[in-house]
Design a binder for this molecule. Structure first.
Ligand code: NAD
Ligand code: UD1
Length: 339
C-alpha cells in the first residue's frame, strides 16, 4: 500500500485526514513542527484507528531535516497542509507568512523532486476567488482580488505548483480549494483547537457555548444577503478529509497534470443560520450581538461542488446539523482542547 507524507498532519484538517487515510489502508508519515498543534492529536488518531503512523517533529523550513525524512521513508505522494493560516495575523506578519508558507513549500517540493516524488495534494482555499465573480463558484470562476497575505500565499502557491508541472509534466498537482471546514470527528476525540481567541465562527460559537467566551459578535448585518449576515459554504471536516483520499485515488490513475477542485457542500448558510442550527442541534442558547463588518469579508461565498463529484466521485455527506453536533461534542468533552 502507498505511503503518504502528510505535512501539517497534527493540525485540524490534517489529523482528520490521517484517520481517513489509515482507515483506507494507507501508510502515513506525518511531518509537523507543532507550531499550531499538539502531539496528542496524533496519539488520538492512532487510538481511533488502532493503527500506527510515523511522526517527525520537524519544520519544513529545515531543509536537512526534510531531506532526512525523504531519505528514511519511501514516500509515494504528499498531502501538504502545513502552513500558517490566521488571516489577521498575516496582515501584521507578512514576512513570517510568506516565508513559512512559500519557502516551506519550495523546500518541500525540492526535496520531493530530488527523491523522485512528484505527486502533491495542496490545501488551497476559497479565498483565491476573492469576492467571487460567479455564485455558486465553479472552478472556472476567475481568481479574484485577495485581501490579505495569507490568502495571497495560497494564490501564489497554486501558481508555483502549476509552474512546476509546466516545467516537468510528470508532476501530478492537485489543488483543493476548501470552503469553510467545521465540525469534528464523530468520536469527539479530535477537533479544532485554535490558540487564543478564535477568529473563525464555529470555534467562537463553541467557546461561548462552553463558557470560555461570553458573547459572539456577528460581523455585519447589513450585507446584501437574505438576512443581512454573510453567507458561507460550511463543510464537515470529515467530508473534507475524505476528499483527500479521493484525490489520491484519482492521481494514482493519472500520468501527470494539474487538477483544481472546490471542496464544499454547495449550500450557503448565513451567520444567523449557523447560530440557529447550533442552538437547535444542541439544545443551547448562544449569546450574540451585532457588530461592525469585519474588513476583508465578502458577502457570499459558496461553491458548485459538481466537478469533484463527477471527477473524484466525492460528495459531502454531512449536513449543518451534524457539523454543529460534532463540533459541540468535541468542545464539551475537551473544553481546553488537547491541554
Ligand atoms: P492547522 O493550523 O490546524 O494545521 C496546520 C499545521 O501545519 C499545524 O499542525 C502546524 O503546526 C503545521 N505547520 C505550520 N507551519 C509549519 C512548518 N513550517 N513546518 C511544519 N509544520 C508546520 O490548520 P488547518 O485548519 O488544519 O489547515 C490546514 C491547511 O488547510 C492549511 O494550509 C490552511 O491554510 C488550509 N486551509 C484551511 C482552512 C480552514 O478553514 N481551516 C480553509 C482553507 C484552507
Ligand atoms: C476565513 C478567512 C479565509 C480562511 C478561512 C479559514 C477571512 C476574510 N477569511 O474565512 O481566508 O481560509 O477563514 O481559516 O478572514 N464571523 C462572525 N463572528 C466571528 C467570526 C466570524 O460573525 O466571531 C462571521 C464572518 O464575518 C463570516 C463568517 O462568520 O461571515 C465565517 O467566518 P470565518 O469562520 O472567519 O470564515 P471566513 O471568513 O469565511
Amino acid at each position: 500500500m502507498a505511503t503518504i507524507l502528510v505535512t501539517g498532519g497534527a493540525g485540524y484538517i490534517g489529523s482528520h485526514t490521517c484517520v481517513e487515510l489509515l482507515e483506507a489502508g494507507y501508510d502515513v508519515v506525518v511531518v509537523d513542527n507543532l507550531c499550531n498543534s499538539s502531539r496528542e492529536s496524533l496519539r488520538r488518531v492512532e487510538e481511533l484507528t488502532g493503527k500506527k503512523l510515523t511522526f517527525y517533529e520537524a519544520d519544513l523550513l529545515d531543509r536537512e531535516a526534510m531531506e532526512r525524512i525523504f531519505d528514511n521513508e519511501r514516500v509515494d505522494a504528499v498531502i501538504h497542509f502545513a502552513g500558517l493560516k490566521a488571516v489577521g495575523e498575516s496582515v501584521c506578519k507578512p514576512l513570517e507568512y510568506y516565508h513559512n508558507n512559500i519557502t516551506g513549500t519550495l523546500i518541500l517540493c525540492d526535496c520531493m523532486r530530488r527523491h523522485g516524488v512528484k505527486s502533491i495534494v495542496f490545501s488551497s482555499s476559497a479565498t483565491v476567488y476573492g469576492d467571487p465573480a460567479i455564485i455558486p463558484i465553479t472552478e472556472e470562476c476567475p481568481k479574484g482580488e485577495i485581501t490579505n497575505p495569507y490568502g495571497r500565499t495560497k494564490g501564489m502557491l497554486e501558481q508555483i505548483l502549476t509552474d512546476l508541472h509546466t516545467a516537468d509534466p510528470d508532476w501530478k498537482v492537485m489543488l483543493l480549494r476548501y470552503f469553510n471546514p467545521i465540525g469534528a470527528h464523530k468520536s469527539g476525540r479530535i477537533g479544532e483547537n485554535p490558540r487564543g481567541i478564535p477568529n473563525n465562527l464555529l470555534p467562537y460559537i463553541t467557546q461561548v457555548a462552553v463558557g470560555r467566551l461570553v458573547c459572539l459578535g456577528v460581523f455585519g448585518n447589513d450585507y446584501d444577503t437574505p438576512d443581512g449576515t454573510c453567507v458561507r459554504d460550511y463543510i464537515h471536516v470529515v467530508d473534507l478529509a475524505n476528499g483527500h483520499v479521493k484525490a489520491l485515488a484519482k492521481m494514482a490513475g493519472e500520468q501527470g497534470g494539474v487538477w483544481i477542485y472546490n471542496l464544499g457542500t454547495g449550500v450557503g448558510y448565513s451567520v444567523l443560520d449557523v447560530i440557529n442550527a447550533f442552538e437547535e442541534a444542541n439544545d443551547l442558547k448562544i449569546n450574540y450581538v451585532f457588530k461592525e463588518r469585519r474588513a476583508g469579508d465578502v458577502p457570499a461565498c459558496y461553491c458548485d461542488p459538481s466537478k469533484a463529484e463527477r471527477e473524484l466521485g466525492w460528495k459531502a455527506r454531512y449536513g449543518i446539523r451534524e457539523m454543529c453536533e460534532d463540533a459541540w461534542r468535541w468542545q464539551k468533552t475537551n473544553p481546553k482542547g488537547y491541554e
